[in-house]
Design a protein around this ligand. Structure first.
Ligand code: BTN
Length: 239
């Protein structure tokens, strides 16, 4: 099946769809693939964390050639598309992007994304969407939710098709336009946040993102760019 220029390869069970995408990248050049799986036995999250594969949720990885110098465009287009796809399905306005590329629905995480560089110019955009259920462990870093919990019933396949339509439109936008739309839909711009990275924490005002999608943090009259980390919203009881 082809969707918006991507050939979809659907599996029942894989370790991680990102791993399968990397194997395809090694085989031959010029492929534009989406790898999906009903189950992942070793799903990976950002910053070395694992990603649980709960039944009925969506797990997929897009594989295509994209210049690394334009990584910011990819991060913005991929996360903006997720937020737009979610927003088009739910009957609440409370859909926000959480830097760098999570989507929050009613203040809780509904999807996550793991971008990885593969061989040559291949990029892998791995996405997990809590379609049917959300993990309920007590040690979650953030509150989590699912589309189902927000009253939306959709199959993983239909959500993927919707997402690919938004992505094919957004990836063609300029970096400036993507940044404008991303900032408009992000949570916490102009507010105090903490960014945690490797045990260290920095606090400041979330001033926006630059063209590389790096976070701009303002502390007093000092501005710094943050390339990686976990954001917590201060003054938000859920963090
Ligand atoms: C995060 O929020 O930490 C990112 C989660 C990314 C999970 C997806 S599920 C499909 C793809 N395969 C993986 O192993 N990870 C990504």
């Amino acid at each position: 099946m082809a969707a918006d220029g991507f050939v979809i390869k659907a599996f029942d069970e894989v370790t991680s769809t990102n791993d399968v995408a990397a194997e395809y990248a090694a085989r031959s050049a010029g492929q534009r693939l989406v790898i999906t799986a009903r189950r992942q036995t070793a799903g990976r999250g950002r910053r070395g964390r694992s990603w649980q594969s709960l039944d009925g949720n969506l797990f997929f990885s897009m594989l295509f050639e994209f210049p690394l110098k334009d990584l910011g465009v990819l991060i913005m287009a991929a996360s903006l598309s997720l937020a737009e796809a979610v927003r088009s399905l739910v009957n609440t306005d409370d859909v926000r992007i959480k830097w760098p590329n999570d989507v929050l629905l009613n203040g809780a995480k509904v999807s996550g994304m793991l971008l990885e560089k593969s061989i040559g110019e291949y990029m892998i955009v791995g996405v997990g969407v809590n379609v049917a259920q959300s993990p309920k462990n007590a040690d979650m870093l953030y509150p989590v939710t699912s589309l189902k919990e927000a009253g939306t019933d959709i199959s993983p396949e239909d959500f993927l098709a919707l997402y690919l339509r938004y992505f094919s439109i957004n990836i063609a936008l300029s970096a400036d336009e993507l940044r404008r739309q991303w900032v408009e839909q992000a949570k916490g711009i102009g507010q105090e946040i903490a960014v945690r990275q490797n045990g260290a924490e920095q606090r400041g005002i979330f001033a926006g993102i630059d063209e590389n999608a790096d976070l701009i943090l303002r502390t007093g009259n000092k501005t710094q760019k943050i390339l990686a980390g976990d954001v917590f919203y201060l003054g938000d009881e859920n963090g």
